[in-house]
Ligand binder design. Sequence first.
Ligand code: ADP
Ligand code: MG
Length: 261
Amino acid sequence: LVEVSELQAAAGPVADAPRFKGGALNIRGLSMAYGELEVLKGIDLDIAPGSVTCVIGPSGSGKSTLLRCLNRLVEPKGGDILLDGDSILAMRPERLRRRVGMVFQHFNLFPDHTALENVMLSLTRIKKMPKRQARRIAEARLAEVGLAARSDHRPAGLSGGQQQRVAIARALAMDPEVILFDEVTSALDPELVKGVLDLMATLGRQGMTMVVVTHEMGFARRVADQVVFMDEGRIVEAGCPEQIFDNPRSERLQRFLAEVL
Ligand code: ADP
Ligand code: MG
């Protein structure tokens, strides 16, 4: 309850005004293998700027690998990915890190740094921003995720939900065109999930382009513009939430939904 009221206080009356721009992704014939193991087998997917795409599918189907390809934490084997028309495979890694943010299941915060320092670090290291300016931006982003009062806490002194919101503030601080979310609520205690999902829904309404791997089918149905169902390295079905959840065409998706819903 505390966490939700923190967010409501932070959201304020203009929270839903359009705010972000850019972030079109065009994925063509994307393939990826770990050694002999083919994990992505020709992914074609278009993501409109300002849209929320939820990726669902069984464990091991390649969802995380797809996200990792989108910011080149792993190198694709073939195909191409365009970000607002620029091939990300030709982009310098530092440039890509600024344009595509990522939030992970286990937060990946630096344990020896405060919330504020965690948000500042990418700004000073990757963007080479002067400290004073980085601090100003970090404070604003922490306020936005409802954590202004906790900026001097280290991760261990924050709940999982608060840590995840620090990680989201850190991604936002870079001013990216796209943010990738990989099962960001899967490690949270159930009562902390809503605060994080509400924050993500707000960012979606503000026009952030988001690719969200999730098991939260309620979130996908409510927030997604597009839902993508993956199985065994392929997109089996993609469409609006109504189509995917209410009229699944393939037997594999029907079976998956029967198991998770
Ligand atoms: P998902 O996120 O849908 O659970 P992943 O993309 O994590 O799927 O994994 C897809 C497949 O790739 C799985 O078979 C997984 O075991 C394998 N895999 C994932 N990461 C690695 C890795 N670093 N090295 C080798 N195999 C991996
Ligand atoms: Mg995964």
